[in-house]
Each structure stands twice: as C-alpha cells, then as structure tokens.
Design a protein around this ligand. Structure first.
Ligand code: ATP
Length: 435
C-alpha cells in the first residue's frame, strides 16, 4: 500500500506544487523544482516570517547578500576545514552513506545495506560545500556556493552598524538559497542539495545570552503554531556537547514528526562571538560594537534561529494532508491555514455551457481578485471534480454561481474541511472568506 510520504510526493507533482529537478533527463538527485502552487506556498511562508520577525519588530534588519562569497569567508568561518560529514563507501556497488546515518546495527566494516555483498569502507571526512570557479581562465579563483545564509550577515555586520547605528540587541535577517553536497539526499524535500533558509543572527551582550536564547526558543515555537504545525508533532532536542557544530556552545534542534519519522525541522544555536571574531581576524576589519554608555568596544555574541523553508513546506504538507469520507465518497484534502493556503478561494459557474452563469462567475471572479489576489477560476469538469481538485490543493473556500445567483445575487460558499455549504450574499463574500 502507498505510504503517506508517497501520496504527498505524488499529490505535489499531480497538482503542481513540486517536481523532481531535471525530470525529463531522468532527474537530478537532491534537487526539486517548485511549480506555481509550491512557489505560492513558499511565498506565504516567507511573507509570514517577514511579517513576524522583520516588520513586526523594530530591532531587525533584513539583507540579501550574494550567494557567491570570497573564499576567505569560508576559511575564516571554519567551513573550508570543518564543514564535513563522515562518508563510507561500499566496495562493490560504490553506494555512499553518511557514517552517522547508517541503519541501526550497521557500521563501517560491515556488509553494505544496499547490495548486501560489498563491505563498507572506514569513514573519511567529506566536505559538503560545492566548489566553483570565479573568472574565465585557469587562474580563476576557487570558491564555494554558500552552505548557509548566515555568513553574509556576519560579513555585513559592519555595514549595518555604520549605516543604521543600532543599539544592542539587534538582529540581521536573511532569506535565501543554500547549497550542500549531501552524501545521500533523501526523503523528498527533507535532505536536498539545494534548499532555502530563513535565518536570523541576533547580536547580544555576552552576559545576556541565556535570556535571549530562551526568548528565541519561545518565538520559534510560537511561529510553528502560527503557521499551523500541530504542537504534538513538534519536539525540542538539546544537542549533546559532542555533537555541536564547530561554532556552537548550545544548540536546540526543533524536530518534527514527518511521515518517515522524527527529524530536524529548525535549529537554534548560540554561536558565541566565533564568527565575528574570526572574520575580524581574517579580514582585518574592526567588527567591534561601540557602547556609547560605557565607552567600551567589544565583539557582540550571537544567537541564531534558523528555519529551513523546504522542511517547513514538507512539515506543512505532512500535517495538512487528510483523508476522509464526504457524502459517501473518499476524498483527500490539505487542511492548510488560510494564511498558508496557496489559493484562498475558487470561483465556479455551476454549468460551463450557460453563458449567463459563466459571465456572472467571471465578473465576480474579477471583482474578488482585486481584494483577494490568490483566487482561482475553474469551470473544468463537473462541480464534484472541481471540489476534489480544490480540496487537494487546500483551498479553504469554493464559491458557486448558480441560477439563483442571477435572481438574488447570492452564491453558495463551501467550506473545505466540513464540506458544508451556505448561501451568502455576493456583497458579503469577501468579508466571509477573509474571516
Ligand atoms: P542536518 O543535521 O539535518 O544535516 P543541520 O543541523 O546540518 O541539518 P543546519 O546547519 O542547522 O542543519 O541548517 C539549518 C536549517 O537548514 C536546518 O534546520 C534545516 O531546516 C535546513 N537544512 C539543512 N540542511 C538541509 C538540506 N540538506 N535540505 C533541506 N533543508 C536543510
């Protein structure tokens, strides 16, 4: 029987959320292309994030730094030396695994879990950054595609201080792509080689790190609930000292119950002054903050809340995916919150071959679209089919124009989750939908 994960992958493709990258060439592992509904879902996530963490506060500065950065950045940040995973390879089928993610009971030196013939090599460190060259000839400099958006915020710290003169604490926020040459991309969007992050570097006084860490922990949980992730599917994991990233003194992983099991969704890390201090040494720039009151100069410490967008999409799809029976028929629907739903409402004429109904529906669609841009017109197939299509993409409301509409200017408004329909005056529609 098809598992939930397979159903989500197939719905995502069938309805235009997400396609395999380079699909017509057989697919490129670890890459995913977002279709029209996927793009809108991602935009809804980004907009909600900006609204809450950037525009909703007065201590946050959003930037958009270049994906390509000087190779010196990656030396100073420690990524050139330390951003590596342990890799083991099978002597026969040559399949590679992350040594720390082998199935339970399997270790290097054991039989390969894939071909069951070869032996797994001893682990070697494999740097996960994609190398690239800048410039046209052989003397071109090497650098990497960024494996996180964070470094662009550290390298712009001085620019923000010089142009905006913020007081501590303050944060830089950034949304953008990151690239990691993952040894084994898997589980749909969960482990990709190209993905998007929404990150914050929140600069603080060292002595206040515990209090800010706690505030951000709560903020992150509240964000999760706000976008509709059920509390019971979220778990906090204190990362053990020996597993901390090279820059971190404390990290909490926010884990989510995906259909394939519990795994990381977001992270919250106390990065100390590691990055700014190293960039100060590496570049020679003075990255200290000047405290007007105490007349002291010091390098601030930083708390980093990081949110993977693709894992958010996967968590939203997984938690929204529902199957039930409506009027004796099985159906699938995505129970997105109104804010997350890519399409807020769909407008249908009851019958496609009645020009007066089609005209009325098109006029209403055009009027509503001015107020609610994420709206759709559909006259394909019968009403039942249209409902099923809208349910599958998580549209909260369907509006049907029928013969009664022509008489009294009312329509039927159908609710996605309950399937219930009510008669609503056209003049009250926009308000009812947004409510
Ligand atoms: P993992 O342990 O799963 O490899 P990580 O701890 O290395 O992840 P971070 O470096 O903390 O991940 O990255 C920040 C966020 O970016 C993660 O919480 C996740 O949401 C997202 N992310 C990281 N790697 C990937 C990936 N390969 N595909 C999709 N999202 C990712």
């Amino acid at each position: 029987m098809e598992g939930i994960m397979e159903k989500i992958v197939s719905l995502s493709k069938r309805r235009g959320f997400i396609y395999q990258g380079s699909e017509i060439y057989g697919g490129l592992s670890g890459t995913w292309d977002y279709g029209p509904l996927g793009v809108t879902l991602k935009e809804n996530i980004k907009n909600a994030w900006r609204k809450r963490f950037v525009f909703g506060r007065s201590d946050m500065y959003e930037i958009d730094s270049a994906l390509l950065m000087s190779s010196e950045v990656w030396k100073a940040s420690g990524h050139a030396q330390g951003f590596a995973d342990p890799l083991v390879e099978c002597s026969e089928c040559k399949v590679r695994f992350r040594a720390d993610q082998l199935p339970a009971g399997v270790a290097s030196g054991n039989k390969c879990p894939n071909c069951k013939k070869g032996t797994l090599s001893s682990p070697r460190q494999f740097n996960m950054m994609f190398k690239t060259r800048i410039g046209a000839d052989e003397t071109a400099g090497e650098t990497y595609l960024r494996p996180e958006t964070a470094q662009g915020m550290f390298t712009n710290f001085k620019n923000i201080i010089d142009t905006f003169h913020p007081d501590l604490p303050f944060g830089l926020a950034q949304i953008g792509k990151a690239f990691r040459n993952e040894i084994s991309p898997r589980d749909f969007l969960f482990r990709a080689r190209e993905f998007e992050q929404m990150e914050i570097e929140y600069f603080i006084r060292e002595g206040e790190w515990k209090e800010h860490f706690e505030n951000w922990r709560k903020e992150m949980l509240s964000w999760c609930e706000g976008i509709g992730l059920p509390k019971k599917s979220l778990h906090e994991k204190e990362v053990a000292q020996e597993n901390l990233a090279h820059y971190s003194k404390r990290t909490i992983d926010f884990e989510f119950d995906y259909p394939f099991g519990k795994n990381e969704l977001y992270g919250l890390a106390y990065r100390t002054d590691f990055d700014l201090a190293n960039h100060s040494n590496g570049s020679g720039a003075d990255l200290r903050f000047y405290d007007e009151e105490t007349k002291e100069r010091f390098i601030p410490h930083v708390i980093e809340p990081t949110f993977g967008i693709d894992r958010t999409v996967l968590a939203l799809l997984s938690s929204a995916y529902c199957e039930d029976e409506l009027s004796g028929e099985k159906r699938v629907f995505l129970a997105f919150t109104y804010d997350m739903a890519p399409v807020k409402a769909a407008v249908f004429p009851l019958l496609k071959n009645k020009p007066e109904l089609v005209k009325k529906a098109k006029d209403l669609f055009a009027t509503l679209k001015k107020d609610i841009p994420q709206i759709m017109f559909d006259d394909n197939g019968n009403i039942g089919k249209r409902y099923r299509r809208q349910d599958e993409i998580g549209t909260p409301y369907c509006i049907t124009i029928d013969f009664q509409t022509l008489e009294d200017d009312t329509v039927t408004l159908r609710n996605r989750d309950s399937g219930k329909q009510e008669r609503v005056a056209v003049s009250a529609l926009s308000g009812s939908i947004k409510k």
